[in-house]
Design a protein around this ligand. Structure first.
Ligand code: NAP
Length: 239
């Protein structure tokens, strides 16, 4: 029960990594508010409350966090996990696709962190975990908007970590390699194979393998850890 008594908000929790985080956090004793624009793919276990939240909406963020404070009195943990991916190279990237990516993968994280730190500053405690990617620290060809957003999430996390380090708030980023989820299942098989072949462990990761990293960062076990990039990638970035 590593999160006993904690209240945790997870975004993009209807499937994949977000669902695994919600499931694990509930098992570890947290009250979990699992949010998404989509309906959950599986029934959540006990301890998980399901709620709609489009991370691009300032109004929905304000309503969601205010609702959590009204019902539970505090917010201990925020996991900014919701995300989309796109593969256009720079020369083919239109404004609409660019704006959509930045809205979900970057502005969503900004709005979530802002709402959370407003209550965490009053509490003088809190842990925020932002899900970036290996493409937030290194590059492959193409996927320009995704690299932009995930790189920004990495640096936004470090900035927030430094800004609130004296106020009991910790902010860290998690950088998954290839993880088998509905997002990667929907991608071109050849593309998936290329990333797995380039992964030293020669397999895709499981959502639970990311959730366990988030569990450490959300819990008090990581009380001396802020501003770090936790890379969970089967050895990809070590090469
Ligand atoms: P996933 O299975 O597609 O789950 C992401 C969830 O976020 C989906 O339910 C999705 O709904 C939801 N979502 C999309 N736009 C949203 C919005 N505006 N507001 C709220 N929720 C929204 O993807 P995943 O693979 O678990 O990815 C989770 C996170 O890990 C993402 O940030 C992703 O970039 C990151 N990541 C994944 C991998 C990987 O290999 N899987 C690697 C590195 C980083 P819809 O299904 O309706 O879009």
């Amino acid at each position: 029960m590593r999160l006993q008594g904690k209240v945790a908000l997870v975004t993009g929790a209807a499937s994949g990594i977000g669902y695994a985080i919600a499931e694990l956090f509930a098992k570890e004793g947290a009250t979990v508010i699992a949010t998404d624009i989509a309906e959950p793919k599986k029934v959540y276990p006990a301890g998980v409350e399901s709620m709609k939240l489009d991370v691009t909406s300032e109004g929905e963020w304000e309503k969601t966090v205010a609702g959590i404070i009204k019902k539970h009195g505090k917010l201990d943990v925020l996991i900014n996990n919701a995300g989309i991916i796109a593969y256009e190279p720079l020369h083919e990237l239109g404004m609409e696709a660019w704006n959509r990516m930045i809205a979900v993968d970057q502005t969503g994280v900004f709005l979530g962190m802002r709402e959370a730190v407003r209550v965490m500053r009053k509490q003088k405690s809190g842990s925020i975990v932002n899900i970036s990617s290996i493409w937030g620290s290194a590059a492959v060809s193409g996927a320009h908007s995704y690299h932009a957003a995930k790189g920004a999430v990495r640096n936004m996390s470090k900035n927030a970590a430094m800004t609130y380090v004296g106020e009991g708030i910790r902010v860290n980023s998690v950088h998954p390699g290839f993880i088998v989820t509905p997002l990667t299942d929907s991608q071109d098989e050849a593309l998936n194979k290329a990333v797995i072949d380039a992964t030293p462990m020669k397999r895709g990761g499981k959502p639970a393998e990311i959730a366990y990293g988030c569990l450490y960062l959300a819990s008090d076990e990581s009380s001396f850890t802020t501003g770090v990039e936790l890379i969970i990638d089967g050895g990809y970035l070590a090469q």
